[in-house]
Design a protein around this ligand. Structure first.
Ligand code: ZN
Length: 291
């Protein structure tokens, strides 16, 4: 199945929706790590969510969703960029053991918060935070939309380690254009009948037919999504600088050079002692943050 997002709307209503399907991109994320199955499932759901949100907020920039938990799974993060590229990562809390099989979202992440960051190419960065106080990821993200955006939003997410997918419905504020007062409740009610296997196994058009064959649905050109990492030699150097000069010189004294690796795609970056010194002396480089 192609990795893509399909936007749709119900004619003459203020209800819109999206379906996302990910297979190859999901595979490429999981392939670079060896997370337990339960983490793979959650990462798939998060990737599907980031795909849905990217299209929802119509951002020309980078969007990330970070789940910061106090449980065994301390971080889940997925990010999208304007090129339709997605990447994701998970981090297990130090010393924590994760279950071998499937485990529920809150069982793994515990309490904490979800941080959604919109970083437009032009303009200011925006960050929204919502507490982890729903049982599943979809519920927490729905709460984000109703609190921060005041937009009634429903989301269904699924992943199984091979495929990830999601469905989103949103009621736009333009009530005047709505000629069908039941449209929102009806579309949500019908969407609630979707099964996990259907989100993961059916083509997007089949999902729409299965749920809404009695409705007038307008579909748009699907947008392709893929795995992609935005890491670069320059970006990694900036991350190194944030360790501070003392720390970098300590590493150089011990190892003679600095080797680092992108957490998302595992690309390795090598910096010689001379390169690190140049970085430290270059006044155009961002100032190092002392920890
Ligand atoms: Zn990378």
């Amino acid at each position: 199945m192609p990795d893509q997002i399909q936007r749709f709307l119900f004619d003459q209503t203020n209800v819109r929706g999206e379906i996302v399907t990910l297979e190859q991109a999901y595979h490429e994320v999981l392939d670079r790590h060896a997370y337990p199955q339960a983490v793979n499932t959650l990462l798939g759901e998060l990737l599907a969510a980031v795909g849905l949100l990217t299209d929802t907020v119509k951002l020309d920039g980078t969007l990330s969703i970070e789940v910061r938990g106090q449980g065994a799974l301390s971080l889940l993060m997925a990010e999208s960029n304007p090129g339709g590229e997605l990447r994701a990562i998970a981090r297990v809390a130090e010393g924590a053991a994760l279950p071998d099989g499937e485990a529920a979202f809150r069982e793994l992440v515990g309490n904490g918060q979800i941080v959604i960051t919109l970083d437009p190419r032009d303009g200011n960065r925006y960050q929204g935070i919502v507490a982890l106080d729903h049982e599943d990821l979809a519920g927490c993200l729905e709460a984000y939309f109703s609190q921060s955006e005041q937009l009634p939003t429903r989301m269904w997410l699924a992943a199984d380690g091979k495929r990830a997918g999601g469905l989103l419905l949103q009621r736009l504020p333009s009530e005047a254009q709505n000629q069908d007062v039941d449209a929102w409740e009806r579309s949500v009610h019908l969407a609630s009948t979707i099964k996990r296997e259907e989100i993961l196994g059916l083509e997007q058009r089949e999902v729409l037919y299965r749920l809404y064959h009695e409705e007038t649905v307008r579909v748009f050109e699907p947008k392709a999504l893929r795995f992609g990492c935005t890491c670069s030699r320059e970006g990694m150097a900036n991350a190194l600088l944030s360790l501070g000069a003392d720390e970098l010189r300590d590493i150089l004294a011990e190892q003679g050079a600095i080797d680092t690796q992108c957490h998302f795609c595992h690309t390795e970056y090598h910096y010689t002692a001379a390169e690190v010194e140049t970085l430290l002396e270059d006044p155009t480089a961002p100032p190092p943050t002392i920890h």
